[in-house]
Write a protein that binds this ligand. Structure first.
Ligand code: FES
Length: 596
C-alpha cells in the first residue's frame, strides 16, 4: 500500500469540480484528473494507445473515450474495452483540506516482467502490433532473457496454426539466431518482428489439434523412421504426426530426431522450392533458443508442410531439357526416395580430413549437370562428409545471389534466394546428423544452383580483396552502405561497399550489426530476413584465412556481399514497422507522442 507521504497536492477540489477535468503534472507524471459522478479520478494523461492527451477525451457513464482512435477505458480502474489500446494507468486520489492529492507512484499490480509477459500473450492472441512492440520492448527492458519470449512465441505459433510451421516461425528462428549479432535496441526490434510475424500467421487460422504418440515406446528406430517416411510419402499427416510424437516420447536423441525429419524432407528433391527443409532446420535451431521441452510440438508442426509439399521431381524444370531427376536417381539407386546407391558410395572413412578439389566451386557454378553430379559423387567416394560437401554447395549458392544480374526479372531474386537458403539449411542439417540421406539434400541443392545459372548471365562483378584503395575509414563505408538502402537501385554499389569495408580493415561484427539494423528498420519480407540470417551463418562457418589452394578470404565475404545486394534490391520500404516500434518505445519511456 502507498503511504500517506506519497500523495502530492494536484489541484483545489473546487477548481476541478467547476472545470470537470484538469491536466496536471505531479512529480513529472502527466495526469488527467476528472470530476465525474461526484468522484475524483486520476489517470495517466497519455493514452496508452498512441499518447493522445486523455484530458481532451470524453467522459460519459463512467467511460473515458480517447478522441484520437476512440479507445474506451473504464474510468475507475483504467481497464480498456479495446485490447489494441492497452489499459491506462490510474492513480490513487485523496481529498485533503479541500485539495485533490494524488500518489504518482502507486504500487503496480504486477512486476514489469509479468505485466509484459501477459501483454505479449494478448498481443499474440489479438494480433496487435503496437501491443507486441510494447511487450517485447518492456520484456527486454525488464531484463527478461530473449529466450523466454522466444519460447512463448514459439509455443503460440505451433499451437494456433493448423497449417503448421510457416514463415512466421521461420522468421522468429532466423532472428533468434542473429540476435547476438545485433545492437541492444535492434534485439528488441528482432523480438518484436518475430512476434508480429507469428501473430500475423496465426490470425484467423484454425488451431492445431494434436495427434497423440503411440502408447508403446518399444518401436525400434529404423522401423519408426520407415513408418514416418512412408506416411509422409502418401501425405498422411495424422500417421506421420503419431510416428514423430512417438519418437519424441521415446526420448530419441536429437540426432535421431533430425535423421527422421531430414530423411523425409529429402525423399523428394527441393520440396516446396526448398522451404520445407529450411523450416525443419529452423525448427531444430529454434529449440536451441527455446529449450528441448518444446521439441514435441515444434517438430509436430513440421508434419503439415512435409505432407503438403510441392515435389520438384514433378516440375518440368527438373525433367527438361535435362532429366535432372533421372541423373539423381542414378546416384541414389533407382528412385529419388532410395538411398542404397548412396550408401554404397559413402566411404567408410568419411571424415573432416577431406579437402575440396580446387576446381569444385567452378564445376558447381558451370553448365554441366552431369559433371556436377560426378564431382559430388567422387567427393563422397573419397570421404567427403555431408557437412563438408554441403558447405561447398552453400558457397556456390551464395555466389548465385552475389552475382545476380540486375537485368533479370525482379522476381528471380527469389529464385537464387531459395537455392541459397535451401543450401544453407542442408548445411545446417548436416551439422546435426550424419544420416546418409542428407547427401541427397546436397546433390539437390547443387542441381538447384545449376538451374539458376542463367541468372548470373552476365555475372555481376564481385569485389575481390584489395580491389578498393582502402582510403576511407570503415565507419564512413558503413554509413555509405546504409545510404544505399535509402534509395532504389543501389544493388551493385551495396555489394562493392561490403568489399571496400573488408579492404579497409573493418570489423565484420560491425558490418553485421549495421546490416542487422538496416534489415530491422525496414518492413523486411520473409525472404529478406531469411537471406540475411543465412548469410550471417555462412559467413561464420567459412574458415578464416587462406589455405594456399583456395582463397577463403575471398570466399568468406561472398555471403555478406550477397545479402547486402539482396537487401539493396528490396529496400527502401515504407518502414511502417519501425514507426510502430518507435511509438511503442517512446510510450514505454513515458515520452509524449502527440504534439499539443
Ligand atoms: S485511441 Fe488514444 S491515441 Fe489512439
Amino acid at each position: 500500500m502507498a503511504t500517506t507521504d506519497e500523495f502530492r497536492t494536484a489541484i483545489p477540489l473546487e477548481e476541478l469540480r467547476e472545470q470537470g477535468r484538469a491536466q496536471v503534472s505531479v512529480d513529472g507524471t502527466p495526469l488527467a484528473l476528472f470530476y465525474h459522478e461526484d468522484e475524483v479520478r486520476a489517470v495517466d494523461n497519455r493514452c496508452p494507445h498512441m499518447g493522445f492527451p486523455l484530458s481532451e477525451g470524453t467522459v460519459d457513464d463512467g467511460v473515458l473515450t480517447c478522441h484520437w482512435h476512440h479507445a474506451r477505458f473504464e474510468l475507475a480502474c483504467g481497464d480498456t474495452f479495446d485490447p489494441w489500446a492497452d489499459d491506462v494507468q490510474t492513480y490513487p486520489v485523496e481529498i485533503r483540506d479541500g485539495d485533490v492529492c494524488v500518489n504518482p507512484n502507486p504500487e503496480r499490480d504486477l512486476p514489469p516482467d509479468e505485466h509484459w509477459a501477459n501483454r505479449l500473450e494478448t498481443g499474440l492472441e489479438e494480433n496487435l502490433g503496437l501491443v507486441l512492440a510494447k511487450a517485447t520492448i518492456g520484456l527486454h527492458d525488464a531484463g527478461v532473457d530473449h529466450r523466454e519470449a522466444t519460447a512463448t512465441i514459439l509455443d503460440f505459433g505451433t499451437r494456433y496454426r493448423e497449417d503448421g510451421w510457416g514463415p512466421g516461425l521461420t522468421i522468429l528462428g532466423c532472428l533468434a539466431n542473429v540476435i547476438d549479432d545485433l545492437e541492444p535496441e535492434d534485439r528488441k526490434r528482432a523480438l518484436y518482428t518475430g512476434a508480429r510475424r507469428v501473430a500475423s500467421d496465426c490470425a484467423g487460422e484454425p488451431p492445431n489439434f494434436d495427434q497423440p504418440s503411440f502408447a508403446t515406446r518399444e518401436v525400434e528406430f529404423d522401423r519408426l523412421k520407415r513408418w514416418f517416411c512412408d506416411c509422409v510419402e502418401v501425405r498422411d499427416a495424422d500417421g506421420a504426426e503419431r510416428c514423430l510424437r512417438t519418437a519424441v516420447a521415446a526420448d530419441r536423441s536429437e540426432r535421431e530426431l533430425a535423421e527422421l525429419v531430414f530423411a523425409a524432407a529429402t525423399d523428394h528433391p527441393y520440396l516446396s522450392t526448398g522451404h520445407v527443409l529450411d523450416f525443419a532446420n529452423k525448427a531444430f535451431e529454434s529449440l536451441e533458443h527455446a529449450g528441448p521441452e518444446h521439441t514435441d510440438d515444434s517438430l509436430a508442426a513440421l508434419v503439415e508442410p512435409l505432407v503438403t509439399a510441392d515435389r520438384s521431381d514433378e516440375r518440368s524444370s527438373w525433367r527438361r531439357p535435362v532429366d535432372l531427376v533421372g541423373l539423381l536417381e542414378d546416384v541414389y539407386g533407382g528412385d529419388v526416395t532410395e538411398t542404397s546407391g548412396l550408401e554404397a558410395l559413402v566411404a567408410e572413412d568419411a571424415s573432416a580430413e577431406w579437402e575440396p578439389p580446387t576446381d569444385l566451386r567452378e564445376t558447381l557454378l558451370a553448365d554441366d549437370p552431369e559433371a556436377i553430379i560426378d564431382a559430388l559423387a567422387d567427393a563422397v567416394r573419397e570421404g567427403a562428409t555431408s557437412e563438408a560437401l554441403a558447405s561447398e554447395v552453400a558457397g556456390a549458392a551464395a555466389m548465385r545471389v552475389a552475382q545476380f544480374g540486375t537485368t533479370n526479372e525482379f522476381s528471380d531474386w527469389n529464385t537464387v534466394h531459395h537455392t541459397f537458403t535451401y543450401a544453407n539449411a542442408v548445411h545446417g542439417a548436416t551439422r546435426r546428423t550424419d544420416a546418409v540421406e542428407l547427401y541427397r539434400g546436397v546433390f539437390d541443392a547443387a542441381m538447384s544452383v545449376y538451374l539458376d545459372r542463367f541468372l548470373n548471365t552476365p555475372p555481376a562483378p564481385i569485389p575481390e580483396p584489395g580491389a578498393n584503395d582502402a582510403e576511407r575509414e570503415p565507419e564512413e563505408v558503413l554509413e555509405a552502405l546504409l545510404g544505399t538502402f535509402d534509395v532504389e537501385g543501389e544493388v551493385d554499389e551495396a555489394g562493392r561497399l561490403v568489399g571496400e569495408f573488408f579492404d579497409c580493415g573493418g570489423d565484420p561484427e560491425e558490418l553485421k550489426r549495421a546490416l542487422g539494423h538496416a534489415l530491422l528498420r525496414e518492413d523486411a519480407g520473409f525472404h529478406t530476413i531469411q537471406n540475411l540470417e543465412a548469410a550471417f551463418r555462412q559467413f561464420d562457418l567459412t574458415a578464416e584465412g587462406t589455405d594456399g589452394a583456395i582463397d577463403l578470404e575471398s570466399r568468406r565475404r561472398v555471403p555478406l556481399i550477397a545479402t547486402a545486394r539482396y537487401m539493396a534490391a528490396h529496400f527502401p520500404t515504407r518502414r511502417e514497422t519501425e514507426q510502430t516500434f518507435t511509438i511503442a518505445a517512446r510510450l514505454n519511456r513515458g515520452e509524449a507522442i502527440h504534439e499539443e
